[in-house]
Design a protein around this ligand. Structure first.
Ligand code: CUA
Length: 327
């Protein structure tokens, strides 16, 4: 389905600054080290490319075949030259190896420090976030405090995915049964975009990540708010939506704290109103989009595991009013 651009998530939401998404825009010490290594490697490779291209051009022009010229001299071997072109590339490779090992040492969490601040679980095709210290569970939009070195545990519920937020650090595979770890220490508040970076099935491309970096006070407040039983929106439409949600199969897959919905198959919807987007960064979170999503998620994200429930439009609207108002 071609989505009109008006319903796609916009750059600046909730007044938060959105950072450029680029490996050349490092916003954490880890990303900085990776960018530095990348720049050095790029420079070395650029020099090699220039030298090789220059030599090829010189050879093509200077040693081209001229009319009436006989076969050129065939060199049977030149030990000096051969030693030189073996030793120089070997030295370059050793330099790259040492620089890479240094960066890995600086970027990777040391073995032994394995108590993550947040556990990221990749699903086909969304992200679950669990904060073990506080017990907060949320989805798709990862909140974290600025300036603190956070350890992310990266896991997967199904296939191999890859957590990738280029501004903030390395990309890290999410492998079923094999937790990986990633350090991130964001320097500035704001929203950082990322995505799944390992092909994981039909909706791999719509598996966006939003990292919302807040001041420690804002983050503490957010965490407190997440732990509350949500305040259900008022009004007859919302109440109807709540009844429809409770009576339907929605609750088998989704959790809403304080209700009988305790499913873990799909994203936790407890505080859905607090999120910028729905469908893992696919659509702006507003009533119209939420209604469309509930009506037919397959039209927006074909192949996703949320079925079209064939609700009449008025009922889908009521459910959207309810879910979209959960704060
Ligand atoms: Cu998940 Cu690609």
């Amino acid at each position: 389905m071609n989505l009109p651009s008006s319903i796609l998530p916009t750059a600046e939401m909730h007044g938060r600054a959105q950072h450029a998404t680029s490996v050349f825009n490092p916003q954490s010490p880890q990303a900085q080290e990776i960018a530095r290594l990348f720049n050095i490697d790029l420079a070395i490779c650029a020099v090699i490319l220039l030298v090789v291209v220059a030599l090829v051009i010189v050879a093509v022009i200077r040693f081209r075949q001229r009319p009436g010229q006989s076969e050129p001299y065939q060199d049977p071997g030149n030990p000096k030259l051969e030693t030189l072109w073996t030793v120089i590339p070997s030295l370059i490779v050793v330099v790259l190896l040492v620089l890479t090992a240094r960066t890995m040492h600086l970027v990777n969490p040391p073995v032994g420090q394995r108590t993550p601040n947040v556990i990221v679980t990749a699903h086909q095709w969304w992200w679950a976030y669990h904060y073990p210290q506080s017990g907060v569970v949320t989805a798709n939009e990862l909140h974290m405090p600025v300036g603190t070195n956070w350890l992310l545990g990266i896991e997967s519920a199904d296939v191999i995915h890859d957590f990738c937020v280029p501004d903030l650090g390395a990309k890290m595979d999410a492998i079923p049964g094999h937790p990986n770890f990633l350090w991130i220490q964001p320097r500035q508040t704001g929203t950082y975009l990322g995505t799944c970076a390992e092909y994981c099935g039909c909706e791999h491309a719509l598996m966006g990540i939003r990292v919302i970096v807040q001041t420690p006070a804002e983050f503490a407040q957010w965490e407190q708010d997440q732990l509350r039983i949500p305040i259900a929106p008022a009004g007859a439409e919302a109440e109807r939506g709540a009844r429809l949600f409770a009576a339907s199969s929605c609750r088998n897959c989704h959790t809403i704290a304080g209700t009988k919905a305790v499913g873990r198959v799909g994203p936790d919807l407890t505080h859905l109103a607090d999120r910028d987007t729905i469908g893992s960064g696919t659509l702006t979170n507003n009533l119209a989009n939420l209604t469309q999503w509930i009506l037919n998620p397959q039209a927006i994200k074909p192949g996703c595991y949320m079925p079209a429930l064939r609700l009449p439009e008025a009922e889908a609207h009521a459910v959207a009013v309810y879910l979209g108002g959960l704060r």
